[in-house]
Design a binder for this molecule. Structure first.
Ligand code: NAP
Length: 327
């Protein structure tokens, strides 16, 4: 019978979460009974959407949830073998017992590192792919702006736009991430919004306006982009991270969408599941050819999961934020 450590939410944050909002709790986990598996999580994903759930949605004094990749270590069902890798939504814990519902077997690509299945070749990559191509209706050679371009979703969206022959501007909050986007990824212009006023910098970086703004931020970034949108431009709204801690992030010029006939549409990845096969084929090819590059920020051990989430919200991550829980 293994012991498992897990992270509980013990108090709701006001603004940026702090250590005091979380507790590390150790529990005994039962062995797998008939029809069940025991899973050991290897990696867990850390995502901005976890922040709104700390305000409402996540129960207090219970293990938190989130995407994870685990290995079956005991199986009492024919559906899974010991050693199978399984994606699951039970992150923030080391072990769990399951009847198999909510587990998806993963056959990792032997030519790519396992962790890419948790970002570029997984959920964040798919969000970027469908959000840009399906919701944003990107056409080859268009003018594109991507915010949080140094992060998991944004870095992939920006690179898909480059592959499609677009002029691409990215914004990020650190000089290191800006240098990576400029020098390694080859974006046409990069804005560090912490050292340059976003509105003026975006105006200078988009002399031909913007056809597609892939919005991960909302607030001041959306406001700046709305001033630059071309007629019949599209804004796939992927996230609103500027408002996740405070609960609000005002935009004063939404009426700009009227005369420019701009389409502004929120989305979630399940909206375009029919594209998943195309995505996997395209993205695996781009990754292997080095046409999509990625960065990872990996924290070690379950005890560091709250710090990883706090760090993500503060911009500490370059690329995908993960926590490694076991080998
Ligand atoms: N719709 C969907 O299905 C879906 C799925 C996944 C993610 N999302 C959304 O996509 C966005 C990116 O997610 P991700 O997983 O790729 O995270 P990420 O970009 O890897 O990490 C979050 C980044 O947001 C930036 N940030 C934090 N506060 C900010 C602010 N006030 N203004 C501007 N940037 C800020 C920070 O980078 P800097 O250093 O650049 O500040 C931080 O590193 C989030 O809004 C998320 O909610 C949506």
């Amino acid at each position: 019978m293994p012991k498992s450590r897990e992270i509980h939410l013990v108090g709701r944050p006001s603004g940026m979460p702090t250590d005091a909002n979380f507790a590390l709790v150790e529990r005994d986990i039962a062995d797998a009974a008939d029809g069940q598996v025991l899973v050991q999580n290897l990696y867990m994903s850390v995502d901005p959407a976890m922040r709104p759930r700390l305000t409402a949605g996540q129960e207090l004094n219970e293990a938190m949830g989130g995407g994870a990749l685990g290995r079956v270590v005991q199986s009492k069902t024919d559906a899974f073998q010991v050693g199978d890798l399984v994606s699951n939504r039970l992150g923030f814990r080391e072990y769990f017992v399951s009847d198999g519902k909510g587990l998806t077997k993963l056959s990792p690509d032997p030519d790519l590192p396992l962790t890419v299945h948790m970002h570029a070749l997984g959920g964040t990559g798919f969000t970027a792919y469908g959000g840009l191509l399906h919701i944003g209706g990107l056409k080859d050679g268009e003018q594109v702006f991507v915010s949080t371009a140094g992060g998991a979703v944004g870095s992939v969206a920006a690179q898909i736009a480059k592959i499609k022959g677009c002029y691409v501007v990215g914004s990020t909050g650190s000089d290191d991430k800006a240098a990576w986007l400029r020098d390694e990824v080859g974006l046409d212009a990069v804005i560090n919004y912490k050292t340059q006023p976003i509105r003026k910098a975006l105006e200078e970086a988009t002399p031909k306006g913007i056809d597609v703004y892939f919005d991960n931020v909302g607030g001041d970034h959306l406001e700046a982009a709305l001033r630059r949108m071309n007629t019949l431009g599209r804004i796939p709204v992927c996230g609103f991270i500027s408002g996740y801690n405070s609960g609000h992030s005002p935009v004063s010029n939404l009426s700009n969408i009227i005369y420019s006939r701009v389409m502004l549409r929120g989305f979630v990845a399940p909206d375009f599941m029919h594209l998943y096969g195309d995505f996997q084929r395209d993205m695996a090819g781009w990754l292997k050819a080095g046409r999509v590059k990625y960065q990872e920020t990996i924290r070690e051990g379950i005890a560091n999961a709250p710090h990883a989430l706090i760090g993500l919200l503060g911009g500490e991550n370059a690329g995908k934020m993960l926590v490694k829980l076991a080998e």
